[in-house]
Design a protein around this ligand. Structure first.
Ligand code: PNS
Length: 158
């Protein structure tokens, strides 16, 4: 079974890496698909986001990092994929995730979505929270891998 884990990953956090590690164990191959979302004005460029995922997941062998633009379901036309993986942190994630899963299946009946509960210690974690904390000088090194921490500090210096 090949899975795709899509997201903005701006930047990748330990919460994402936990889902990547756990879902890669279930998959023959896991594609991490990074959305080129220019309208969201990301902190990191697409290449930077992909590079940061790559350097923090080098211990996982059945992983490929790809990018996409437009609709997630279109990836199913280009790759041999069986399901989408998404992490669920709290009940507050459920509404939007339920909607996305239903819309994706509406557009392509073959598209299944598998939800993985995040580990409790990451249940409050998000890229936005990490960026917010970091911009106020809070310590974020327990939320993101060292290379992401370094890249964020470099961005903030500018
Ligand atoms: O990390 P995020 O921002 O929660 O990821 C959201 C993402 C990228 C999975 C979602 O926005 C997405 O799939 N966007 C692509 C556009 C699309 O397919 N939309 C239809 C589903 S609502």
């Amino acid at each position: 079974m090949n899975l795709v884990y899509p997201g903005s990953f701006d930047p990748v956090t330990y919460g994402h890496i936990d889902i990547i590690e756990r879902s890669s164990k279930l998959a023959d191959k896991l594609y991490v698909a990074v959305l080129l979302n220019n309208n969201k004005n990301p902190m990191f460029s697409l290449k930077e986001r992909m590079d940061l995922i790559k350097s923090s997941t080098s211990h996982i062998s059945n992983l490929e990092i790809i990018c996409f633009e437009g609709l997630l379901v279109e990836l199913f036309d280009h790759y041999d994929l069986q399901a989408v993986v998404r992490g669920l942190r709290a009940v507050s994630d459920f509404d939007i995730e339920f909607q996305m899963a239903q819309i994706n299946r509406e557009m392509n009946k073959e598209v299944e979505t598998l939800f993985m509960m995040t580990r409790l210690e990451y249940s409050y974690l998000s890229s936005s929270v990490v960026k917010e904390l970091s911009s106020h000088g809070a310590k974020i090194n327990k939320f993101v891998p060292p290379e992401v921490y370094k890249a964020m500090k470099e961005k903030e210096k500018r």
